[in-house]
Design a protein around this ligand. Sequence first.
Ligand code: KG4
Ligand code: ZN
Length: 347
Amino acid sequence: MYILGIETSCDETSAAIVKNDKTILSNKIASSLNLHKKYGGVVPEIACRHHLECINYVIKEALEEAGVKFKDIDLIAVTHGPGLVGALLIGLSAAKAISYALSVPLVGVNHLYAHVYSAFMSKENKVRFPATGLIVSGGHTTLVSILGYNKFKLIGQTRDDAAGEAFDKAAKVLGIGYPGGPEIEKKAKNGNPQAIRFPRAYMEKGSFDFSFSGVKTALLYYVTRRGHPAVGRSNQGVPIGDTHATINDVCASFQAAIFDVIVDKAIAACKKQNTTQLFVGGGVSINKTLQDMLIKKATPEGIKVFLPAKGLFTDNAAMVAAAGYRLYKEGIRSNYSLEAEPNLGIG
Ligand code: KG4
Ligand code: ZN
């Protein structure tokens, strides 16, 4: 089967052609990321206009690169939530129009499922149910129990900021650019993660929920009280004190506070559910420190960590197409009343 996947939930306009569930023939992405840089976060209106301008070209390029014609397409898979409502509507309208014009079935895909599917996609990855899924992105920090291809159960999620969002906001406070995750990772490589003890929020005993607003605020206080670490002086012009933390130390310590909690909870979730496979996806999981920490903690417990292949960590349509294929095989079909669901959860 040739599946056309379409993804427009946030700032990436993406179209892909995937053969069955794993063979990616094309995966085109037009990102509006650069247009949001000066605002330090995604501006929905700008993202939507960019989707409108790009969607037809991106689909055309995906077909051309794959060497596939519209008439060859067997299924359209489209993200219908969660995400920005205006952005979702653009992908959804394109998908419905193509499905109607070609008389091929349409399947609506949950963006969070698609991120987990990105880790299913490597040839050697064979999922055995039940497994555990971890989605760490700009919009989500979510743990799921994977009971079947279309049967995900929520185990825990963030109660405030997502991990990526916390990185983006922290980078704004530190004035080191957007998106924050890659910048913080770069600086953290040369920093000491133990230099500053930022708080770790584990919530109530046994909870798999997350909260990153506290660590974000702690960073803000740190910078206001002690001064911007790049300058080395507080706002009052007083030298930073006896820790002499550099901006690299601040980034490494901030990153460590966030990843300690994510790693502990992800492994605890696998153990609680007696699963030996952890599938990880989303933009933050591209971070090498997070990957190493997860593998280091999982391996002695007999848990194997599966990560997406290069290019599949951040938002892309190939993962949507792959999820659409599996859902179709499970008998799922959407009709043209399929709606954009900005707050679509796991259920
Ligand atoms: O999955 P994604 O492309 O979009 C959402 O669905 O949200 O994730 C984007 C997020 C941003 O917050 C960005 O700062 C974060 O992923 N990110 C990273 C890294 N690269 C991107 N976070 C930590 N380390 C990175 N290297
Ligand atoms: Zn995403």
